[in-house]
Design a protein. Structure first.
Length: 114
C-alpha cells in the first residue's frame, strides 16, 4: 500500500498537536470535556491544512459548553463557525452541534464540539 503524503508542506505535525493538546486537556476536563485528535495529523502525522480537534463531554454527560468556549477562545483566539468559512463542505459536517475554527500560532485549528 502506498504511503499517503500531504500535497503541501505540513503546517501541523503530531508533535505540534501534542504541544497544544497536552496543556489544554486538563483545562478542558475542568469544564467537563475531553479533547481528542482526528484528521490528517492523527492518520498521517502531518497536515498541510489544519488540526482537527474533537471536544466530547466526559462520561457521556453534559459539560459546561459556555466555559469550554471561553477556554478555546482564550487559547485559539476568536472562533468562527466553519459554516461561515469559504472552504465549508456540507458533506463533512456530521452530527456535531458546533463546528468552529480558530488559530494557534497562526495555524488553523478546526473544532468539532459535541
Amino acid at each position: 500500500m502506498a504511503e499517503l503524503k500531504p500535497v503541501a508542506p505540513p503546517i501541523w505535525t503530531l508533535e505540534d498537536a501534542l504541544d497544544l493538546i497536552r496543556p489544554l486537556q486538563p483545562l478542558a476536563r475542568d469544564v467537563g470535556y475531553h479533547i481528542t485528535l482526528g484528521g490528517g495529523v492523527l492518520n498521517l502525522g502531518v497536515s498541510a491544512k489544519d488540526l482537527d480537534l474533537f471536544c466530547l463531554p466526559l462520561n457521556g454527560g453534559e459539560g459546561d459548553k459556555a466555559a469550554l468556549w471561553v477556554l478555546l477562545d482564550t487559547v485559539l483566539g476568536p472562533l468562527l463557525a466553519i459554516r461561515d468559512s469559504p472552504d465549508y463542505q456540507p458533506e463533512a459536517m456530521w452530527h456535531y452541534r458546533d463546528m468552529l475554527h480558530g488559530a494557534f500560532e497562526g495555524k488553523r485549528v478546526d473544532l468539532f464540539i459535541q
